[in-house]
Structures are given as structure tokens and as C-alpha cells.
Design a protein around this ligand. Structure first.
Ligand SMILES: *[C@@H]1O[C@H](CO)[C@@H](O)[C@H](O)[C@H]1NC(C)=O
Ligand SMILES: *[C@@H]1O[C@H](CO)[C@@H](O)[C@H](O)[C@H]1NC(C)=O
Ligand SMILES: *[C@@H]1O[C@H](CO)[C@@H](O)[C@H](O)[C@H]1NC(C)=O
Ligand SMILES: *[C@@H]1O[C@H](CO)[C@@H](O)[C@H](O)[C@H]1NC(C)=O
Length: 470
């Protein structure tokens, strides 16, 4: 029993991971969603097929069977729906004053008399109230409609062609019938649209490939948190190596983000998000580079050969005179990021394995240096995500040596020079151009701001719908 409890504890502890990624929608964001919804609903209405309507109406001298078909929405007027966060549940959606202009064809059967023609139908003051509940279905966002009510203010119908002049006067008799039929179709149609959305949500993969080496795991860690002012998604946000996925030797910690009410969306990523990416790259064997002398610019004062290194390591000149050298530089452990107000620190534990290259190309191992390097920097969003880093500290120790002991002071000076003169300028030039923030297809981020806080970075942004330009 004790063992069972012990395992249960471990299981629940590892399962209840803290999220490394959070996304918060503010009320301003919800207003944006409402505008986008309005445009999408109108265009959807204009392209959807409306099922045929059949009915019968008593005109005093008998009953007329009628069929309305080929119906199409040709006009649609709709103020933006009112969307409101409902604490603990989701979002209530209220559409009012929706007006539709529909055209179609009519057929009637009155005894043995068949007749047909076209019609124009105006439906006004449609009102829809629905409450959407958000939840977590095995790590995926789920949406369901918990209540729905619909009302139709009125309808007007104009028949054309055939003997429509006979039927037109009876419209008032079955106006109520038609508006009732329309009303009854609204909530099932909404239910169907929500089910379709839900099916699409359940098909979103929880593991997103990033590149050939790593993927990002994005299941929800808990149900969406809905307050009166915001909607928050807590997402695992952990990167894994595709070739050898495993948990890193460090874990995520809790962090709190305040939604910013003057931005639509806030997205925050903790140190763990970045560090798991570094760990995944390390596991994939990407964090290493083999440096040969021909990769170093001719103009560089530093070259990889035993004559030059002989100045710091005298025994090289006698043991391996006039030979080229090669360095395998690799991260010996996970490079770790840490965030504190405005500052990004990166600590890179690395090792550099030096070899001499014999004329026939075989390598003679010489020595390995352990290099501990830390950088500090900052990041901003202008159009792109950009940044700049500088070296804070570098320590260098001789890890192992095949050629005996030597002093590393001058080597260190040379390495610091190499990092400052060649590595960082290149890195910073690339970071100055930066890269665009990822956004969902069809959307772009505008007015974005990045803040580095203790333990996490947050991006506050507005979202622009490329379809509607809103
Ligand atoms: C070694 O590097 C030094 C300094 O760049 C250069 O002057 C020298 O010609 C190089 N020697 C060989 C054998 O490549
Ligand atoms: C790194 O830290 C130093 C000292 O705290 C600071 O002067 C410098 O601006 C920082 N560099 C960057 C790129 O943020
Ligand atoms: C650089 O790192 C070493 C060892 O980690 C530490 O003792 C030293 O205080 C650091 N120097 C600075 C300026 O941070
Ligand atoms: C943003 O980044 C991309 C990719 O690095 C680059 O091609 C583009 O020029 C950058 N845009 C700006 C405005 O710097």
C-alpha cells in the first residue's frame, strides 16, 4: 500500500507539471474576437446552404402545401455580437438585431393546382443568446454550448411569378409559421457549428514539430481559467529532442502573469520553456561544432596551428611542429537561460577538444579545455523579435591533456578576444535583424511589446486578422 501511495504521489507530481507557456485573452481581445466573428459569420451565412422548408397553410377554402427551396442569404446586417467572459465557465455570446435578406423559389400545391415562382424573404431582429463553456479534454481546449435561445423579431415575404398574387394576401396567415421555423433552426445550426469547431480543436496536434531536431509539446496543463476580465490558457510548453526525447534534469516552476487590459493578448514563456529547448537541442547532438582552420577568415590574427599555439603551449612546437589544429567545441551541459527584470542571462558550460591534424588527415588528440561562459543581453520587439548580447564572464580550465600541463591564461585571453571579435558581432548582427514572431496563419501581431520579468518573458500584443483587416 505504501508503495502504491508513493507511486501515485510521484505520478501526480510529475503529471501536475507547471505550465511553461501561458496565453491570456483580455476583454479588449474578446472585443477583437467579436469583430472577427461578425465578419466571419456574415460571410459564412452568405455561403451556407439553407435547408428546404415545407409547410401547409389553411387559406379558408382549403389548404395549400408549400415548399420553399434554393434559399440563399443575399443580404446580412449584423452589429458585432456582444461577447462577455463568464467567470468559471467561458463566454456568453449575444447576437441581436441580426437581419437577413433571403431569396429562393416557392412551389405550391392546392388540390390539383401546381404553381411555382420566386420569393424574397426578409427576416429581421433575430436575437441569439448562447453560453459557451470552455474545458480541457485530455490536454486539448474544448468548447461546448451549454445553453442557447433564439428569437425572431419578424419576417416579411414577397412572392413573385405564378399565381403569387393569389397567395400574397395570405402571407400574414403563415408569417408566424415561417418565423417559428426559422427560430427552431437557429440553435441546432449553432450547435452544429460548435461541434464542428470542437472536432477541429480535437484535431490540433499536441506536439508541434519545430525543426528537424526538436518538437514542442503543447497540451493544456489545466482547464482554461476564466475570470470576469480574462481567459487564460496554461500550456505545458516543453521542447523535446525528436531523436531521443527525455525529461531534463530541471523542472518548471510556477509563474504568474497579469493580463494587460490595453493589449488583446498576452503570451508568457518561463525560463523552463527556453531551457527545455536548449536541453532538447543538446540531446539531439546539435550543440557542437567542429572548427577547422579553413573556417577562420584569412585576416584573423588567430589561426589554428601548432606554431601559433606553441606561443602559449611550448611543448606543442617540439611535439607537433608546423601542424594544423582542429577544435571540437560542444556544450558539455545544457546552456541555461535566466530572466530577471529587463535582463536575459545565459550560462553556457562548454568544452573545447583540441587535436592536431596530421598531413594524412588523422587527428592526434592534444587537450580539452572546460569553458564556462556567461552572457547577458536584452530583447525587444520592433517589427521583429530582436536582441543583443555581450559576454559577462568566461572561465577556462584545463580538463585533460595528452601533452602535459600548461598555463591557460594566454589561451583564455585569446578565447575572450575571439568571442568578442568574431562570435558576438556575428550573433548580434543576426539578432539585430531578428526574426518575426510566430503567429497563427491568417493573423498577424501588431503593437507588440516584450517585457523580461523575473522568471519569464511576456509579450503583450494586439492581433490583426489578415482576412478582415480588423
Ligand atoms: C599559423 O598561423 C600563423 C598566424 O596566423 C601564420 O602566420 C602561420 O603561417 C601559420 N602556420 C601554418 C603552418 O599554417
Ligand atoms: C550586460 O550587463 C552589463 C552590466 O550589468 C550592462 O552594462 C550591459 O548593458 C548588459 N548588456 C546587454 C547587452 O544587455
Ligand atoms: C566569473 O566566474 C567565476 C567562476 O564561475 C566567478 O568566480 C567570478 O566571480 C565571475 N566573475 C564575474 C565578473 O562575474
Ligand atoms: C525580420 O526577420 C526576417 C528574417 O530574419 C528578415 O528577413 C526581415 O528583414 C526582418 N525584418 C525587419 C523589419 O528587420
Amino acid at each position: 500500500m505504501q508503495r502504491v501511495i508513493y507511486f501515485l504521489m510521484i505520478f501526480t507530481c510529475t503529471y501536475a507539471d507547471y505550465p511553461a507557456l501561458k496565453a491570456l485573452l483580455s476583454e479588449k481581445g474578446l472585443r477583437g474576437v467579436s469583430q472577427m466573428m461578425s465578419v466571419r459569420i456574415q460571410s459564412k451565412l452568405k455561403t451556407s446552404a439553407i435547408p428546404e422548408v415545407r409547410g401547409r397553410v389553411d387559406i379558408g377554402i382549403g389548404t395549400v402545401d408549400y415548399t420553399l427551396s434554393n434559399m440563399q442569404v443575399v443580404q446580412c446586417s449584423m452589429p458585432d455580437p456582444s461577447l462577455v467572459f463568464v467567470e468559471g465557465t467561458g463566454v456568453s455570446v449575444e447576437v441581436s438585431q441580426l437581419g437577413l435578406g433571403i431569396t429562393g423559389s416557392w412551389r405550391t400545391k392546392f388540390g390539383i393546382i401546381h404553381d411555382s415562382g420566386s420569393f424574397g424573404l426578409a427576416v429581421y431582429n433575430i436575437k441569439i443568446d448562447t453560453l459557451l463553456q470552455s474545458g480541457d479534454d485530455a490536454g486539448r481546449l474544448s468548447i461546448s454550448s451549454v445553453s442557447c435561445s433564439a428569437d425572431v423579431g419578424g419576417v416579411d415575404i414577397q412572392f413573385h411569378g405564378g399565381a403569387s398574387f393569389i397567395f400574397q394576401p395570405f402571407v400574414r396567415h403563415f408569417r408566424g409559421q415561417i418565423s417559428g421555423m426559422i427560430r427552431e433552426q437557429i440553435c441546432p445550426a449553432i450547435q452544429q457549428a460548435i461541434s464542428e469547431l470542437e472536432r477541429n480543436l480535437q484535431e490540433i496536434p499536441v506536439n508541434i514539430p519545430v525543426d528537424q531536431f526538436i518538437y514542442l509539446s503543447v497540451p493544456l496543463t489545466s482547464s482554461p481559467a476564466v475570470t470576469g476580465q480574462s481567459f487564460e490558457l496554461d500550456i505545458k510548453g516543453e521542447f523535446y529532442s525528436r531523436s531521443s526525447p527525455s525529461e531534463p534534469p530541471f523542472s518548471a516552476s510556477a509563474f504568474e502573469v497579469q493580463y494587460a487590459d490595453n493589449y488583446m493578448l498576452s503570451v508568457a514563456a518561463s525560463e523552463f520553456f527556453m531551457n527545455s529547448a536548449a536541453y532538447a537541442f543538446l540531446r539531439s547532438g546539435v550543440l557542437q561544432i567542429n572548427i577547422r582552420d579553413d573556417m577562420i577568415p584569412k585576416s584573423s590574427p588567430i589561426h589554428l596551428n601548432t606554431s601559433q599555439f606553441g606561443a602559449f603551449i611550448p611543448q606543442l612546437r617540439t611535439l607537433y611542429p608546423n601542424m594544423e589544429m582542429q577544435v571540437l567545441l560542444y556544450a558539455s551541459e545544457t546552456p541555461l537561460f535566466s530572466f530577471s527584470s529587463g535582463v536575459i542571462d545565459i550560462h553556457v558550460p562548454a568544452a573545447a577538444k583540441f587535436s592536431a591534424v596530421k598531413p594524412d588527415g588523422t587527428l592526434v588528440p592534444l587537450f580539452t579545455l572546460d569553458v564556462d561562459c556567461s552572457f547577458n543581453g536584452s530583447a525587444q520587439i520592433e517589427k521583429n523579435l530582436t536582441g543583443a548580447f555581450e559576454m559577462k564572464n568566461l572561465t577556462l580550465t584545463l580538463g585533460s591533456s595528452e601533452i602535459g600541463d600548461f598555463k591557460t591564461d594566454s589561451l583564455k585571453k585569446m578565447l575572450v578576444l575571439a568571442v568578442k571579435m568574431f562570435v558576438l558581432p556575428k550573433l548580434n548582427a543576426a539578432l539585430k535583424i531578428g526574426f518575426p514572431l510566430p503567429a497563427l496563419p491568417g493573423f498577424s501581431l501588431i503593437n507588440s511589446q516584450l517585457l523580461v520579468k523575473t522568471g519569464f518573458v511576456a509579450i503583450f500584443t494586439d492581433v490583426k486578422d489578415s482576412l478582415t483587416g480588423l
